[in-house]
Design a protein around this ligand. Structure first.
Ligand SMILES: [Zn+2]
Length: 283
């Protein structure tokens, strides 16, 4: 049974939404209610806005099918880390702003009736950074998929490892990879969906390791930032470097999928790659 925590209303819910959002792609003023209906993709230029993890799950899964796991997991400040603010204060602020305990949600759900383990990251929570809790949830999602022999889907949105957790954050790269390796050995499929941005330690570990790697249009995907890359090789980078379409052309991404098509495409993919579905169709 999920652990019950005292609930608090997130600022996202508590404050009345502003009515309009300016599109960073084409500068059009978009009516928020309308933007929700088109899954937060600009109808004029196709700019894909970043999504809170809860909206992502609501868009992708069959209505009412999500069963959250480990929702009580919350990060602790093992290192007593302080920069301009203490890590404890940053965590508290992120929790109030998002209504989440940390930067990822995982559980089981269905896409067009097919049961999956799913994890969605939330960039709004400290840049979707991966500390011990995010890493643990990724590992548990993989273990959950293995236990139930259902496919795993992870939607990444992250600036990378959480620097406030130092080496403990970096350890999550190895831990998540080990869990995915067990999944691979058991022949359970894993589909990675990279949204804007999928960078740093998340790209360097589980996000790029899907049996099938999907990306949303124009998502920033890569390890180090473009300026660091250009500085390291002492050359200008090609236009569109580290964007989904560039990575697709160079074989790092299998398919760039518009958000409007994501649920339908995932459902079709899952039907093709799920071991159980294959067995059932043979019988
Ligand atoms: Zn636009």
């Amino acid at each position: 049974m999920p652990v019950k925590f005292p609930s608090f209303r997130s600022r996202r819910e508590a404050m009345p939404d502003k009515l309009w959002t300016r599109c960073p792609g084409c500068s059009e003023q978009l009516f928020n209610k309308q933007l929700e209906k088109v899954l937060h993709v600009c109808p004029s230029c196709g700019h894909h806005f970043r999504l809170p993890a809860t909206s992502r799950l609501a868009q992708m899964l069959d209505e009412g099918s999500f069963e959250e796991r480990d929702l009580g997991l919350a990060s602790v400040d093992r290192l007593g880390f302080v920069d301009q603010k203490s890590y404890v204060d940053r965590l508290a602020a992120a929790q109030v702003a998002t209504g989440l305990r940390d930067a990822a949600i995982w559980g089981f759900g269905r896409i067009e009736g097919q049961r999956i383990a799913i994890l969605a990251m939330d960039f709004g929570f400290m840049g979707g950074s991966m500390g011990a809790v995010v890493g643990e949830k990724v590992a548990r999602a993989a273990e959950g998929a293995l236990d139930e022999r259902v496919p795993l889907v992870i939607v990444s949105a992250s600036g990378g490892a959480r620097m406030q957790e130092g080496t403990l954050a970096l350890m999550q790269l190895a831990k998540t990879m080990a869990a995915l390796e067990r999944l691979r050995l058991a022949g359970i499929p894993y589909v990675s969906v990279m949204s804007d941005p999928t960078t740093g330690g998340v790209f360097a570990s589980f996000a790029a390791m899907g049996d099938i790697n999907l990306a949303e249009p124009n998502a920033l995907i890569g390890f180090a930032g473009a300026r660091v890359g250009a500085g390291t090789i002492g050359q200008e980078l090609p236009p569109g470097f580290q964007r989904a379409e560039f990575l697709f052309r160079h074989g790092f991404v299998d398919r760039v999928v518009h958000r409007m098509d994501l649920r339908r495409e995932l459902a079709a993919l899952l039907r093709l790659i799920t071991p159980r579905a294959k067995e059932a169709s043979r019988g």
